[in-house]
Design a binder for this molecule. Structure first.
Ligand SMILES: Cc1cc2nc3c(=O)[nH]c(=O)nc-3n(C[C@H](O)[C@H](O)[C@H](O)COP(=O)(O)OP(=O)(O)OC[C@H]3O[C@@H](n4cnc5c(N)ncnc54)[C@H](O)[C@@H]3O)c2cc1C
Length: 493
């Protein structure tokens, strides 16, 4: 069967991620062309990731050691949340497993019972990833390896993927396209016309043009479902700073009166930014707050971003699939955007295995896309809504806003019973939900009665043994900086 022509419009992280994957894995199905414009450039942020990206890299044949060295990457064991539920609060959402569960209930039930009886420590002390993060340690090998993701330099990462894609035969077209040519009979995109006059034809188009969404919205008028009511932040300002000491093996998310600030430590510099809601603060004040809260000297001019949180009503319309920012944007607090682009590419590969598609595949793609976006949205909304802060109009809005009933139900159930009713294939699992809920001060009032079958002494010993095991493991680990130094020299492999 003749290969189909796949055109990827846009060469940011999502475009090159798609090109690297489809160029390597679907080269018998698609002839892949990617269009990008150096003049327009990339968004240039998006430097924190979550663990599933590592599996995707393996699928692409990317060597982790080579990657981390080439992109000035560091290791990320989770996110530290500061000042979210109350000013002065500090909790972690780590990528690890906390404690041990049993057939009847998850670990939080044991912890709640022990806490009520005065037998337990903080929830986090039973997670190796969390305790290693707090201690500034890192270990990725053998039986005690931690679960981790990366901090990466966005520009270097996109270029790394680009080299990978070009090596696998992806064709690159440089320049800007202005016209999108639609076939009048089918309504499908037939081609795009470059300013040079070149026409790039395709059977299937991926819209990876970022917020401008040139194909899915500009040409096909696919509507956007705003999430602004639940996720009211709509602006950000970002600046890079010099390296500020040894890099932390985690991202920081520091709440301010009208939004929150990120710190993403790389090997050679730190990425910083402040996400805010323009209804509650001016750009000037947001910028001033960011600059006043940097840990080291700025090395770039600050850059401003405006966005609308939400998703497409359909990510796949006609013969075009929006991937990355063109498909929607939640917001960066849980570093989910690159993941969602990756997930879109995997979904495409699963539903269109031989390059041809019909209405059922399109329908299923869109169903899965909407469900995924809404679920991840709920997890992010939790961070804002579950706050006790009433010291600013922004946090009062978040605390009092109406939230999706599916999320409200989950919070109620957890608060009343400690149960966490997950659906199949949710991105964020019990360990993530419980860490954020408890961190945001939603602690279950009761626990599963099976825990009471364990005598108090046994429960105490069970928790103590786990805490000791975690702390012994962590004490043997090298610091994050030592790990990077050795890892990059490949001594440990
Ligand atoms: C403030 C902020 C913080 C973020 N932080 C994170 C994070 O920590 N983790 C995370 O996972 N994600 C984060 N994201 C999201 C992340 O930046 C994006 O998901 C990622 O960079 C992918 O962007 P993209 O490729 O879709 O778009 P872009 O990088 O904008 O790429 C668009 C491409 O399209 C091309 N293009 C556009 N129009 C045309 C045209 N007419 N002709 C030719 N070419 C064209 C451009 O040249 C460019 O190559 C953040 C986003 C924001 C706004």
């Amino acid at each position: 069967m003749a290969k189909k022509k796949l055109v990827i419009a846009g060469g940011g992280t999502s475009g090159w991620l798609a090109a690297a994957a489809l160029g390597k894995l679907f080269d018998r199905v698609f002839e892949v062309t990617l269009i990008e414009s150096e003049e327009i450039g990339r968004i240039g942020v998006g430097e924190a990731t979550i663990p599933p990206l590592r599996t995707f890299h393996r699928l692409l044949g990317i060597d982790e050691l080579d990657l981390i060295t080439s992109i000035q990457g560091t290791y990320k064991l989770g996110i530290e949340f500061i000042n979210w539920a109350r000013k002065g609060d500090n909790y972690f959402h780590s990528f690890g497993v906390t404690g041990k569960d049993c057939w009847a209930c998850d670990f939080q039930h044991f912890w709640v019972a022990a806490k009520q009886k005065g037998l337990a420590d903080q929830f986090g002390v039973y997670s190796p990833e969390l305790m290693a993060a707090r201690a500034g340690k890192m270990w990725a090998y053998k039986e005690h390896g931690l679960n981790f993701a990366y901090h990466l330099d966005a520009g270097l990462y996109a270029n790394y993927l680009k080299q990978h894609a070009l090596k696998h035969g992806v064709k690159r077209v440089e320049g800007i396209f202005d016209n999108v040519n639609i076939d009048p009979a089918s309504g499908n995109i037939r081609s795009v016309t470059m300013r040079s006059g070149e026409e790039v034809e395709g059977d299937l188009f991926l819209d990876c043009t970022g917020f401008s969404a040139r194909l899915i919205e500009g040409a096909l008028n696919t509507s956007y479902l705003p999430y602004g009511h639940y996720l009211p932040c709509d602006s950000a300002v970002a600046v890079q700073t010099e390296k500020a000491g040894p890099p932390r093996p985690y991202t920081q998310a520091i709440a301010h009166d009208f939004g929150w600030q990120w710190r993403i430590p790389l090997q050679h510099r730190v990425g910083n930014g402040l996400v805010y809601c323009s209804r509650y603060v001016s750009h000037e004040q947001a910028l001033e707050t960011l600059m006043a809260n940097l840990e080291s000297k700025a090395i770039t001019e600050p850059r401003a971003f405006c966005y609308k949180t939400g998703r497409r009503t359909k990510a796949w319309s006609k013969n075009c699939i929006a991937v990355g920012l063109a498909a929607g944007f939640l917001e960066p607090v849980e570093s989910t955007s690159i993941h969602l682009a990756m997930s879109a590419i995997l979904r495409l590969m699963k539903l269109v295995p031989n390059g041809t598609f019909d209405g059922a595949a399109v329908e299923e793609y869109n169903r899965q896309y909407c469900e995924e976006m809404d679920r991840v949205r709920n997890f992010i909304v939790l961070h804002y809504h579950a706050t006790e802060r009433d010291d600013s109009a922004f946090w009062r809005y978040c605390r009092d806003m109406e939230i999706p009933e599916s999320l409200a139900h989950r919070i109620r159930l957890f608060r009343e019973t400690g149960a966490m009713p997950l659906q199949e294939k949710e991105l964020f699992q019990v360990d993530s939900w419980t860490q954020v809920l408890i961190g945001q001060r939603i602690v279950p009032q009761t626990y599963h009665p099976i825990v009471d079958q364990m005598p108090d002494e046994e429960l105490k010993a069970f928790l103590q043994a786990m805490e000791n095991e975690v702390s012994q493991k962590v004490s043997r680990m090298p610091s994050h900086q030592e790990f990077i130094d050795h890892y990059c020299k490949a001594e440990m492999i």
